[in-house]
Design a protein around this ligand. Structure first.
Ligand SMILES: O=C(O)CCC(=O)C(=O)O
Length: 246
């Protein structure tokens, strides 16, 4: 585990399809990076040797799962911006129900810093307009996703929905369906850093569906990562390796 922490601190400069959500001059830092397993042996080892694949396979009731991608998410103390309400499915070039994330806490995460999930919202099966983690729509302006409904304004529905979040120890994980609406608060200046390693998994029933604006175009243009799949085909690509259960 120590080695894993070291890598995470060291690689925060991000060489993949990484993002900085806090604008210059704003407090804190909210950084994320993707496809780390392709660059760092320690992440690859986690993918193939941890129980994450089996957790995803069982919970999505799939026969087998592929790693869709891995994602490091780091929020520093004093970060005011919240993670905007969204579901993941809207961003992803996939069709199907067996799409699961395992969000692994690498630090102690008090409930006040934890991701918040809208209970039952996976049943809404919403495909919404895209924003950045910080809720910025500018980057996606011009894509045909502008015809979609906006992400749900959960803050105005708090009397109608139930939010779920927890106190987590390092090593605890949360598992969410790709249609589950979620967001996260900022981090108080006195709280500790919140590092999470999320792995995203697809089951054998999932098909490639590169809807306009979804992340495959970012992956291709920023990081030269191309699954070389045609729309409607199974997710059978070197980019999305099959991971046998442990
Ligand atoms: O960690 C966060 O702040 C957001 C996490 C998230 O949106 C996700 O893992 O899908």
């Amino acid at each position: 585990m120590q080695k894993f922490y070291f890598f995470i601190d060291w690689m925060r400069s991000g060489t993949g399809p990484s993002d900085e959500s806090v604008k210059p001059g704003e407090p804190g830092r909210f950084h994320d990076d993707q496809f780390l397993w392709m660059r760092f042996e320690v992440m690859k080892k986690f993918i193939y040797e941890s129980p994450a694949a089996e957790i995803a396979r069982r919970l999505s009731r799939a026969n087998e799962v592929r790693l869709f991608y891995d994602h490091l998410i780091v929020k520093e103390p004093g970060t005011k911006i919240t993670t905007a309400w969204h579901n993941d499915h809207s961003y992803w070039p996939v069709r199907g129900n067996q799409v699961i994330s395992v969000w692994l806490a690498l630090d102690y995460v008090p409930k006040s810093s934890c991701v918040q999930y809208v209970k039952g919202s996976h049943r809404w099966e919403l495909i919404h307009k895209l924003t950045t983690f910080a809720g910025d729509t500018e980057r996606f302006k011009g894509s045909s996703t502008t015809n979609l409904p906006p992400p749900p304004d959960i803050n105005s529905m708090l009397d109608k929905v139930e939010l779920l979040s927890w106190d987590l120890e390092p090593g605890d994980c949360l598992v969410h369906h790709s249609f589950t609406v979620h967001g996260a608060p900022g981090i108080s200046p006195t709280a500790n850093r919140r590092r999470a390693y999320a792995t995203r998994w697809v089951g054998d029933g999932v098909r490639y569906e590169p809807r306009p604006g979804t992340m495959e175009s970012l992956w291709r243009t920023v990081a030269n990562l191309d699954p070389k799949l045609s729309p409607g085909s199974p997710m059978d690509s070197e980019l999305f390796p099959l991971v046998p259960s442990q």
